[in-house]
Design a binder for this molecule. Structure first.
Ligand SMILES: Cc1cc2nc3c(=O)[nH]c(=O)nc-3n(C[C@H](O)[C@H](O)[C@H](O)COP(=O)(O)OP(=O)(O)OC[C@H]3O[C@@H](n4cnc5c(N)ncnc54)[C@H](O)[C@@H]3O)c2cc1C
Length: 380
């Protein structure tokens, strides 16, 4: 079935993204994977190409569109290219809404021009060594000192952790406040007491820097409070729907892409005197996966459309996230099997897809947490 969510304008943007990937990303990706990090230059190249801050108003250098389909298309193209190092979606879809929706005019003028040009790379730090799924368990504290907060604590698994110049940190401002005692503080590169740990060694997404962050008596000026004090939890809940949709969009595209590669592979690989594609088992495998991808595509596309008109709720975003990422995991695993021993060789894209994709059911809220959210909405 033809997809009908994109217009010719979106397709023109797709060409821009493809050209950017071919010119600025793919020739360097292997080196970045060895280095464990992408270059700063590629962020600036993305900024020049208009790929950063699609939803940021044009006066700050952004794309000025709240049509989420542009973001979705960017994510799809990156997923298909296997370009897992450059975390544009984290910057655009996950951190972006906090800055555009919560920042004051003064903060926007301070942060958004660098954010859209690529000179300022961003991250969001929620997870701690002792608190991931359970965000209410966050122990990082920000103590009110009059004109500033004193920030203390440790965050872990932070994407862009090494490169980030601005980190949106979730910290407890009211010790006894439970989920309504947390605030968002923007910590800037170079603030005394803000240190980064090592670049963590992951099984996949090798070019993506993921790090621990340490805050030791960091003086964060009150001007760097994002939104209102003690309201972080509600801001997180509001923005996590977009984060989850973004991950679902990447998952659906990655599954389709790996299936396409596998169809090619089984057509040309021979066993017992004929192509694998002639074996009934292989045909059934491909038929099942194609069906599951097509069904998923309908739902994810509907979620993209709903989100573009501001109507996607947290429950449907959670459905899309767990379903599409579990599908990706299943499809990539079955496709790897159809590649035989070659599937286990990292030079084959299916092997890289297997390693890169494994995180998808974990970050942005695990599959189990997604089901909790859905279950709560249905059963109380
Ligand atoms: C590569 C990578 C990048 C990341 N990037 C970021 C980032 O940029 N910023 C950030 O803040 N975080 C980031 N994370 C952290 C990520 O969001 C967490 O790892 C994730 O939310 C799970 O938390 P946890 O690791 O503490 O696991 P836990 O919460 O300890 O969960 C362990 C297991 O228990 C299950 N479980 C927990 N609670 C329940 C429950 N109530 N019911 C049923 N099962 C449950 C989980 O589903 C999981 O299977 C990243 C992680 C990775 C690996």
């Amino acid at each position: 079935m033809e997809r009908d969510i994109y217009t010719p304008e979106h397709e023109a943007f797709r060409d821009t993204v493809r050209t950017f990937l071919a010119k600025e990303v793919l020739p360097h990706h292997e080196r970045w994977e060895r280095d464990g990090i992408v270059s700063r230059e590629v962020w600036c190249a993305a900024g020049r190409q208009g790929l950063l801050g699609l939803a940021v108003p044009q006066e700050y250098g952004g794309g000025g569109t709240d049509d989420y389909r542009y973001s979705a298309l960017l994510i799809e193209e990156f997923a298909r290219a296997g370009a897992s190092g450059l975390a544009l979606s984290l910057h655009n879809d996950i951190v972006g809404p906090y800055l555009t929706r919560l920042a004051t005019e003064e903060q926007k003028r301070r942060w958004l021009p660098g954010y859209t040009s690529g000179e300022t790379v961003t991250a969001i730090a929620m997870t701690e060594p002792g608190a991931g799924s359970d965000l209410q368990g966050i122990r990082t504290t920000a103590t009110d000192q009059g004109d500033h907060y004193l920030l203390n604590g440790t965050k872990t698994f932070i994407s862009n952790g090494i490169l980030a110049d601005l980190v949106v940190v979730v910290a407890r401002t009211t010790p006894e406040g439970g989920s309504s005692g947390q605030s968002l503080l923007v910590v800037e590169r170079g603030m005394p007491g803000f240190e980064r740990g090592r670049n963590l060694d992951k099984i996949g997404q090798k070019a993506q820097d993921t790090a621990e962050l340490f805050f030791d008596d960091v003086r964060v000026p009150k001007e760097n409070l994002l939104g209102e004090e003690n309201r972080a939890f509600s801001y997180l809940m509001a923005n996590l729907a977009q984060e989850r949709l973004a991950i679902a969009v990447g998952a659906a595209a990655a599954a389709e892409h790996v299936l396409d590669l596998t169809r090619e592979y089984v057509r040309q690989r021979e066993a017992f005197g004929r192509p694998l594609a002639r074996l009934q088992h292989v045909r059934f495998e491909v038929a099942e996966m194609a069906t599951e991808c097509a069904v998923t595509r309908s739902f994810v596309d509907r979620c993209i459309t709903e989100h573009s008109r501001g109507a996607l709720d947290a429950v449907h975003a959670s459905m899309a996230k767990w379903w599409a990422t579990e599908l990706q995991k299943r499809v990539v695993d079955r496709c790897l099997q159809l590649h035989g021993g070659y599937g286990y060789m990292t030079e084959y894209p299916v092997a890289k897809a297997y390693l890169d994709g494994r995180i998808q059911t974990i970050y942005g809220g695990t599959t189990e947490i997604m089901k909790e959210i859905i279950g709560r909405s249905l059963l109380g």
